[in-house]
Design a protein around this ligand. Structure first.
Ligand code: URA
Length: 209
């Protein structure tokens, strides 16, 4: 369990691209996709496996397959980009959605949509959201998923901060967190500093000019 900062030169380089305010839309999207794959790959390292014999052109040999299904659960809107990237790696993974917007005054998440694939109790659920800021959205998302029966959960983010990590690990110590960096903290508007700005706006090209 716990919080894992995935440490790799490629991750640091791609995160630098994401942070750079001059990175254009297409570069931001590409870097977010690549980071999602690299961090997601590490987050799935502990998946349970079962043996599967396979016959090569030469002879039979021992193989393996992942034991239980993997479900992707993006937190809307910014988590969608991460889920799209991971769905390329996991083409059989159902994708649910959790919609929450942030009340800009209280910074509390306001849930407005929840769709969870069936039989969630036996799945490896990967909840994705690029920014672990206050931790309120992540905690609420995991609360909602557990209420639906999810038992085996992972949270995959790109950037976090000490406040978000502390809030998430206190509320859900059983849910491991994977990310590329833990930044200095939050500003008065609840943005991660130095962070990368509003991940959803930058991914969708909707940042105010
Ligand atoms: N959401 C974002 O997109 N960026 C932050 O820094 C915090 C929350």
């Amino acid at each position: 369990m716990g919080c894992h900062v995935v440490d790799h030169p490629l991750i640091r380089e791609k995160l630098t691209t994401l942070r750079d305010a001059r990175t254009p839309l297409r570069g931001f999207r590409a870097a977010l996709h690549e980071l999602s794959l690299l961090i997601g790959y590490e987050a799935l390292r502990t998946l349970g496996e079962e043996p599967l014999a396979v016959t090569t052109p030469l002879r039979e040999c021992a193989g393996s397959r992942v034991r239980d299904p993997i479900y992707l659960m993006p937190i809307l809107r910014a988590g969608l980009g991460m889920a799209e990237a991971l769905a390329e790696l996991l083409p059989d993974a159902p994708v649910g959605h959790i919609g929450m917007f942030r009340d800009e005054v209280t910074l509390e998440p306001q849930p407005y949509y929840l769709r969870v694939p069936p039989d969630v109790a036996r799945a490896n659920v990967v909840c994705v959201d690029p920014m672990l800021a206050t931790g309120n959205s992540a905690v609420s998302a995991i609360d909602q998923l557990k209420k639906c029966g999810a038992q085996r959960l992972r949270l995959v983010c790109i950037v976090g901060c000490p406040e978000g990590v502390a809030r998430m690990t206190a509320a859900h110590p059983d849910v491991p967190i994977f990310l590329a960096a833990i930044d200095d903290g939050l500003n008065e508007r609840g943005y991660i500093v130095p962070g990368l700005g509003d991940a959803g706006d930058r991914y969708y090209g909707t940042a105010p000019a």
